[in-house]
Design a protein around this ligand. Structure first.
Ligand SMILES: Cc1cc2nc3c(=O)[nH]c(=O)nc-3n(C[C@H](O)[C@H](O)[C@H](O)COP(=O)(O)OP(=O)(O)OC[C@H]3O[C@@H](n4cnc5c(N)ncnc54)[C@H](O)[C@@H]3O)c2cc1C
Length: 326
């Protein structure tokens, strides 16, 4: 019998498996589809600190890991440039840019923006490759789930199949990718309204979010939708994503879009993940909404500490999976 069985080989399950294996534990991972093929493959791979402890700590872990990642993981420390047509928040820890500095960095942005906020430490990564790399040397099997001393469910949105009562809702997102246009954008550029969309509860919302891939391709997002069941493209959402993108980065109008797809974020009422013991010897690590690639490493460090009776590197209470129980 393994010490730990992790169900789900997305980036969260893989990071948890790596943390436990590195601590000397015996770990088995169960995946019924494709390693890294769930939300992990659908996501943008933006590594971004959002002002909370878990994402800040995770970003530190990504920077420590970066020198060891394979080239195919495409880690790029491109930074995040937050922009707005209105006021930018005064209390941000990011570097404040005036209009001149903004257009020096990103000359293709639409004219008339007053400035931006630059987070230099943010980065991007190709998450499916990282997921497979994290699992190097770790046993990955198909179901059924073998017996273990402790079982961890890291099944993304599908964790609800095991625990339908979990406060978890799928939140659909649309993305598109262009052909190669190096230099059209140099940073991950995001409309500051993205934060409100991610943390709010509108049934549907769209924000400008463009990422330059190391290949020269441009990844264009992003939308959020509750209640969408099918995974096909919703033309009205895709159209809004493009309209928003063309508005802020008009050069995109001349770029060929190669492909568009959707994915489902696992979303909790407070938009924070569920990390910890759910029942005796049954743990969960899910609910990372639009930040699970970033916070996978911090999640793994917290979960491994809980499983191994060590002090978590950031307080675990805000992520307790039973915090919504009445
Ligand atoms: C459009 C979009 C854009 C995003 N952009 C970003 C971003 O830029 N930055 C960021 O940090 N995050 C981003 N995210 C969020 C991020 O992708 C997710 O939070 C993260 O990938 C979740 O990883 P996971 O391992 O929990 O889930 P998943 O990747 O979904 O993995 C779960 C795995 O469990 C497996 N599984 C499920 N049920 C079973 C079962 N019964 N038995 C065996 N295996 C099972 C599945 O097949 C899957 O492989 C985005 C998400 C979306 C949808």
């Amino acid at each position: 019998m393994s010490d730990f069985v992790i169900v789900g080989a997305g980036i969260v399950g893989a990071a948890c498996a790596r943390a436990l294996a590195d601590a000397g534990a015996d770990v088995t991972v169960v995946e019924d589809r494709v390693i890294g093929g769930g939300a992990t493959a659908a996501g943008m791979g933006h590594l971004v600190a959002m002002g909370d402890e878990l994402s800040a700590y995770s970003l530190d872990l990504w920077h420590s890991l970066a020198p060891r990642l394979p080239a195919a993981a495409e880690f790029s420390n491109c930074g995040t440039l937050w922009i707005s047509e209105g006021e930018l928040p005064a209390d941000s820890s990011a570097e404040r840019l005036d209009a001149k500095q903004l257009y020096e960095l990103e000359p293709n942005l639409r004219p008339g923006l007053a400035g931006g906020l630059l987070s230099r430490r943010d980065a991007v990564v190709y998450a499916p490759v990282v997921t497979r790399w994290l699992l190097n040397g770790i046993r990955v099997v198909r179901p059924p789930v073998p017996a273990a001393k402790k079982t961890i469910y890291a099944c993304g949105t599908r964790t609800s199949e095991y625990f339908p009562e979990l406060a978890l809702r799928p939140r659909k997102g649309h993305l598109a990718i262009t052909d190669r246009y190096p230099g059209v954008a140099r940073h991950q550029i995001i409309d500051i309204g993205y934060i409100q969309n991610a943390q709010g509860d509108a049934e549907e919302s769209v924000a400008f979010n463009v990422q330059p891939r190391p290949s020269g391709q441009l990844l264009i997002g992003s939308s959020r939708q509750y209640g969408a069941i099918h995974s096909g493209i919703d033309p009205h959402m895709m159209r809004q994503v493009f309209e928003r993108a063309f508005h802020f980065l008009p050069a995109l109008r001349d770029c060929n879009i190669l492909r568009a797809w959707t994915g489902f974020r696992a979303c909790t009422p407070d938009k924070q993940p569920l990390i910890g013991e759910y029942r005796e010897n049954v743990f969960v690590a899910t609910g990372h909404e639009g930040l699970g690639i970033t916070t996978s490493l911090g999640t793994a460090a917290v979960l491994a500490a809980l499983l191994l009776n060590r002090q978590p590197p950031v307080p675990a209470a805000p992520y307790h999976p039973r915090r919504f129980d009445g």
